[in-house]
Design a binder for this molecule. Sequence first.
Ligand SMILES: *Cc1c(COP(=O)(O)O)cnc(C)c1O
Length: 497
Amino acid sequence: MNYISTRDTDIRVTSSKAIAEGISSEGGLFVPESIPAVSPDEIKKMSEMDYIGRAENILGKYLTDFTAEELNKCVKGAYENAFSSRKVAPVITVKDNIHILELFKGPTCAFKDLALQILPRLLTVAGGKVAKGTEIVILVATSGDTGKAALEGFRDVENTRILVFYPSDGVSPMQKLQMCTQEGNNVAVSAINGNFDDAQNGVKRIFTDKAIAEKLRENGMAFSSANSINWGRLAPQIVYYFSAYCDLIADGKINCGDKINIVVPTGNFGNILAAYYAREMGLPVAKLICASNRNSVLTDFLTTGTYDRNRKFYTTISPSMDILISSNLERLLYSLAGSEKVREWMAELSKEGRYTVDGDTLAKIKEIFAAGWCDDDETKAAISELFREEGYLCDTHTGVAVRVYEKYRQETGDIAPTVIASTASPFKFSAAVLEAVEGKKSGLDEFDMVERLAEVTGLECPAPLAGLKSKKVRFDSCCEVSGMDNVVLDMLKIKRD
Ligand SMILES: *Cc1c(COP(=O)(O)O)cnc(C)c1O
């Protein structure tokens, strides 16, 4: 299986190269040149396997230049011990036909662990094939969840280093503490004096700086990227949609072949795109339901065909979905309309900040996707109701998905079995979740809120979050945006000019 660029189908690379390079040189994203099929018989067989077996089977179809042994090592290393559930991504039934896929059992308690526990392993194998002996340097700009998940994934992975920049006032106290106490011999973290965009632009500038690249080369190093445009992050996410379906079969909740709906709280369109690929591969899915918060750019796009980022940006209680540019959407557009159209629309997006797809493409989108959004009050109401009525506590991002799904079900009358992706532990966003449950703001500090939430819900705070309180802060520096280059060079022990 080869990979081509969404903007130039003459560019054709192996899966190792697609993963090692992250993004295609002309700005397009790597996509598989064809979608491998999975038959109902195969799904039935997978329902008798554990998560590791399912992951090996699905990933093996995409990463064809990895040997079975290499893949087995990557998958086992990622999923055998690092997750607090033996099932890795367990499915919980909250009411008839409504199932929650819990994607937060990893070391950082958010769904990004599912991809970032395996990406470093895939990257080291891929790097060994493409550029043997080179040390891979990962730079990340983060608004919270990605940085921590990447740090945990890359810590002490041979032949890699990782450096994370975060906006000093742009992450939650819990997220900040998660990053500043990070352990590992190949990691570093720095705050920057600026917002998330400043951090991201700074990282992009360093990535494309020829002089810095040359310095790295002289020292046997090269930059690579761990963000969600890397195919090595997307492919592992396809696995858990198959796994959820297999669990529903194994538990007698559905019969193999029954169609389900999947609801995904969406930001960068990565998680839901993985569900789309699963559907294209043959997973019996009727509708993919895309849930947004008040930054409803995707709801508008999927319902009208016009993508318009010229709009107000809102800060919400589901911060990991506060995004106006959903990079991974480009892969869906390629799949539905081809590279010529993608080039046209992406050029319009960068020039005007908006584009409108043609009628055929919109019709295809509407056949596959439903979409909706809700605001913070509705999100809190959804969390509160689900807890009161079914005894299930969800986080704010999942709360958005729950509310959007309720509206969908009422409007359409569609009561097919449905899987809702749950993307974070409620304890990671204790302030808003506690407010939802108690009906008022608590005024407590972060760890007292965690304790209070455990008390009123009878649930236990996940160990990786509870343990933060006693951890030593290792990284407390803050740099100017203009000083980010030097922070990178110092971390790599490369001489400054
Ligand atoms: C990153 C994230 C999302 C959004 O996922 P995308 O793949 O960017 O759509 C949703 N919820 C949580 C908790 C996240 O960390």
